[in-house]
Design a protein. Structure first.
Lengths: 309, 448, 225
């Protein structure tokens, strides 16, 4: 199964420490799963417009000369920042579609993990401390982020099977639990043209939300209808450009703890993950109610949305 | 009925339907009359691909057998070497599976303990707690930790030789225990903290954890309470044996216990027993493959159960990669369950020896699956213990005979290559080649 | 008094030392500092010790407790006092799910709120919650008493046996076979004693009593759904 952590900073002065804090929280959850780990960090909107975080099994081959090659195809400057097996490609917002097409053409083995103005996703096979180390997550800054460490239940331990899963621009999902109807859902979504790479039940949940939103739902509405369409046990944490959300299934067996102060809202599968956060002794600590969509957005007071079931 | 012409007109011969058989139709009539599902004990009765569909190859020009007596074929097994300070040392690779006091009578539990101790092996408590009889008479006792937590307490936890966390059992993967009012005697009610005479329902999930990530923390708690001294087993019913074994190891188990659908239960819905689960044959290779993929084969031991009857079954399970087997139904039959000597009484109950499975009614003529004092008295625990020991002895000798014929000086040295399969299904499930070939369906790098 | 720093000295050393007290008592009073949300703190105690945990705990604090008094000066994670046999566990803050699960005896006091499945499968334990309890509380509760001074979540007492439930606030919904029952003088007396032992100044008259309708005690097809 898994461990989930999330941190949403209200106090901007903490932003330089986001990566360090999230890494520490994630490592505490190692016992819950150490097959693979991943982090989504939301940081300053890209100067050029949009960031694509990509992954390659052969980074020396795929990332070598990538900026140059992309420039040649797109006819515009791009910047490529390499981090181990991942790279962040910055392009202007009107070039995103072209950039994705170009990548598919000139670097077919490279996978796009996330696209967005703020999001970067890093994930790999291995223990959370090793994964965080290789991407130097501890040095990253940002406004909010989600982390996940995985104990694979039914699908393979691979990079693409790791969480977080992208569900759309600047959006991602992590999951703790086990869905019982993911195979049928996967078939239905694939028939509708949704690309799903792995046999992982969590990826199906992410694809489901993406599909709903592509067809007009807001993220909150998509999460709400997931209570009817997804069967099984789940705690979801989703990241968006401005904030993050939490949803537990109606049975609510999988754990979830939240903490809030003037400086942050934090999520952990266990209280242990929150214990080193500043001011935790005075934080409001609570557990999200089942079947209720919670959302926090920067610059707005957090409000739990209507009970969906 | 024949097709001889009658009045010059040939008759059709009456043909019974395979689907709407007499048994199926009788069940429909029973359901229509009562409005309740059929509950019974035992394991799957339907024919499924089984160890019987495998054969050993034995010795030949290229493999040489061991002589009896002087050329030893060892049978000792140690369970729980991964984390525990005190692993379980067994003289034979056959243990007695979990069966509750409540489902079984006190004397039956005592008989099992006596027999197992004589044979140098372990017994297991069941869904109801540890009885004095069993702890006193069973030299090595595995204490089950179940969703119901009936009778669970730290004192018994600490006097157990191992703890078996039950996630499920082969007869009903996903079901909880069930004990009907007739068997909730004063003593059973007291141990389980239930009103006497009611029908007991057990839950199907543990009350305070769900999922292997939380199970890991539960195992930590149990180890802390018992000072990390004793092995922790995790028992699952055959369902997704590859993933289940992997997750059991990740959660921290010392031993994995895998129970096929042939394994018995005291009582549950007949449809659950017959239509949910996996044949043991399909479970073993997947569980072993999971252990091998993690580099844990023989580090985390695998005990398998469900339909083990003879030393050939024992040897085959070991050859497929198990470290030991566990017997439940067979042990009860050795004690006298379903014995033809009670045939008149079985007939009065509307059944016959070998078919009696209404153990939940508590009217067992053999005195084993009952709480009725008069019936219970029919089983002499000392004699029962002797019979069980005899039976375990025979299982062991038979397994040794086969192992020696395969040239092995330890029964655990039996391996899949000592076997061949008689049917396509068995070959596919066991991943053992069909006799005389090197192929089984699904063999990698073959195009069939 | 013995002070034990969990962070520096470790869980195994703590539980070994506490369990040793059943055999050779060198300290009756213990203070555990830096719990940092750790799991399995002070489990399996079997001596009349007085243990205070200075901070919040993870899962299964005081699991299978016998005789000891364990005071959590913070909140408790899932399964606090699970399978307790005797003694007392007091949680100053909130308790996560499965508080007092399958407890056979003793008293669990939660001064804040308890989460879902409080008292699940309880077998004789007494639980007094000053605040609210979450959904599925007292699920399959066999024996003992659950007192809730606040509100109870959905499906209270689902599949209830002989445990008693007292709730002062609202009940979101009752579980299968759980019904409101008449509060008679003997129940008021029981409740008064529980509230007093539970360090709670609510008045027994303010509570309603819930118990099993006992329709599930014998299999009946109408109940099988």
């Amino acid at each position: 199964m898994c461990g989930i952590v999330g941190l949403f900073l209200k106090d901007k002065s903490l932003e330089p420490a986001l990566g360090r804090m999230l890494t520490s929280m994630l490592i505490t959850m190692t016992d819950r799963g150490s097959d693979s780990a991943g982090i989504a960090i939301y940081s300053n909107a890209a100067e050029a417009g949009v960031k694509l975080t990509v992954q390659s099994g052969t980074p020396e081959i795929d990332f070598g000369g990538l900026a140059e090659d992309l420039k040649n195809v797109l006819g515009a400057e791009v910047s490529v920042t390499e981090r181990d097996t991942h790279a962040v490609i910055e392009v202007s917002s009107d070039q995103v579609t072209a950039a994705r097409a170009a990548l598919a053409q000139i670097r077919p083995n490279v996978r796009v993990l996330s696209v967005g103005e703020a999001i970067e996703i890093y994930k790999e096979v291995g223990r959370p401390d090793a994964v965080a180390q290789r991407f130097e997550v501890g040095r990253m800054s940002g406004s909010h982020g989600i982390g996940h460490t995985r104990m694979a239940t039914e699908s393979a331990v691979t990079t693409m099977g790791a969480h977080p899963f992208s569900t759309g621009p600047d959006q991602c999902l992590v999951h703790n639990g086990s869905l019982s109807n993911h195979n049928s859902l996967r078939r239905r979504l694939r028939r509708d043209g949704v690309h799903i790479e792995t046999e992982n039940d969590s990826e199906v949940a992410a694809a489901y939300l993406t599909h709903k939103m592509q067809n007009g739902s807001t993220l909150g509405e998509a999460l709400g209808s997931s209570l009817n369409d997804l069967d099984g046990f789940f705690t979801f944490v989703v990241g968006t450009k401005d904030g993050f959300g939490v949803l537990r299934d109606p049975i609510a067996c999988k754990p979830a703890v939240m903490a809030e102060t003037d400086q942050y809202v934090a999520f952990g599968s266990e209280y242990r993950a929150l214990v080193d956060l500043p001011g935790i002794e005075f934080a409001r600590v609570w557990e999200p109610e089942p079947a209720t969509v919670y959302f926090w957005i920067h610059d707005t007071t957090p409000v739990p949305e209507d009970r969906a079931a | 009925m024949t097709d001889d012409p009658k009045d010059g007109i040939p008759q059709t011969v009456p043909i019974q339907s395979a689907i709407f058989s007499n048994a199926a139709n009788a069940e429909i009539r029973r359901a229509a009359a009562t409005g309740i599902y059929d509950i019974r004990g035992g394991g799957a009765k339907r024919k499924v691909p089984h160890l019987d569909d495998l054969l050993f190859l034995g010795a030949s020009m290229s493999r040489y057998p061991l002589e009896g007596y002087r050329e030893k074929c060892d049978t000792k097994v140690t369970l729980g070497t991964r984390f525990a300070e005190n692993p379980i040392e067994l003289d034979i690779p056959i243990t007695i599976a979990g069966m509750s006091f409540g489902a079984l009578s006190g004397p039956a539990k005592e008989a099992l303990g006596r027999g197992a101790t004589l044979a140098g092996t372990s017994t297991t408590t069941g869904d109801g707690g540890m009885t004095e009889e069993e702890r006193v008479h069973s030299h090595k006792l595995v204490y089950q930790y179940l969703p119901s937590r009936y009778g669970m307490n730290p004192d018994d936890l600490r006097r157990a030789d191992a703890i078996e966390i039950v996630v499920g059992q082969g007869a009903k993967p996903g079901g909880g225990g069930m004990l009907l009012g007739q068997k909730i005697s004063d003593r059973v009610a007291e141990m389980r903290r239930l009103p006497q005479g009611i029908d007991q329902r057990s839950s199907c999930r543990h009350p305070d954890w769900t999922g292997p990530d939380d199970l890991e923390i539960k195992i930590l708690e149990l180890r802390e309470i018992t000072g990390w001294r004793v092995p922790i087993y995790i028992k699952v019913g055959g369902a997704r044996p590859y993933f289940d074994t992997t997750l059991a190891v990740k959660a921290g188990a010392d031993v994995v216990v895998m129970d096929g659908m042939e394994g018995g239960t005291a009582a549950t819905q007949n449809v659950f027993i017959e239509h949910v689960g996996l044949p043991l044959l399909a479970c073993i290779p997947e569980a072993v493959r999971a252990l091998q993929d993690m580099g844990m084969h023989r580090e985390v031991q695998l005990v398998v159960s469900g339909g083990i009857r003879s030393g050939a079954d024992v040897a085959k399970a070991l050859a497929l990669g198990a470290d030991a087997v566990s017997i439940g139904t067979a042990a009860l039959i050795a004690l006298g369950d379903n014995d033809p000597r009670w045939e008149t009484e079985y007939n009065k109950l509307g059944t016959t020896a070998g078919a009696y499975d209404d153990w939940h009614e508590g009217r067992d003529p053999a005195g084993i699956t009952t709480q009725d004092p008069d019936l219970m008295a029919r089983l002499d625990p000392v004699e029962g213990g002797r019979r069980l020991n005899n039976y375990l002895n025979v299982l062991t000798l038979e397994a040794q005979t086969i192992a020696r014929a395969c040239g092995k000086n330890h029964v655990l040295n039996l391996e899949p290559e000592d076997l061949c399969a008689l049917t396509m299904e068995a070959a596919a499930m066991a991943k053992i080649p069909l006799a005389g070939t090197d192929w089984y369906p699904g063999k990698p790098d073959t195009s069939y | 008094m013995k002070v034990f720093d969990l962070e520096t000295e470790g869980l195994r050393a703590l539980n070994a030392a506490l369990n040793e007290q059943s055999v050779a008592r060198d300290h009756a009073v213990w203070e555990i500092v830096s719990p940092k949300g750790g799991h399995a703190i002070a489990v399996g105690l079997d001596a009349p010790l007085d243990v205070t945990v200075r901070g919040s705990t993870g899962y299964y604090c005081a699991g299978m407790n016998k005789q000891a008094t364990v005071h959590i000066a913070g909140s408790a994670g899932p399964g606090v006092a699970e399978n307790m046999m005797s003694g007392k566990v007091i949680v100053d803050g909130d308790a996560s799910q499965y508080a007092g699960a399958t407890g056979n005896g003793g008293l669990l006091v939660v001064k804040g709120n308890a989460s879902s499945r409080c008292g699940i499968s309880m077998k004789g334990i007494d639980i007094v919650v000053h605040g609210n309890v979450g959904h599925m509380s007292a699920f399959m509760a066999q024996a003992g008493n659950l007192v809730v001074c606040g509100d109870a979540g959905a499906a209270l007492g689902d599949s209830l046996y002989e445990a008693r439930i007292f709730v002062r606030g609202t009940v979101e919904s009752l579980g299968a076979d759980c019904v409101e029952k008449e509060m008679r003088p003997e129940h008021l007396k029981i409740l008064e004693d529980l509230l007093q032992r539970g360090e709670c100044d609510a008045k027994p008259e303010e509570f309603k009593r819930y118990g099993s309708a006992r329709q599930f005690y014998h299999f009946n097809i109408d109940n099988a759904y």
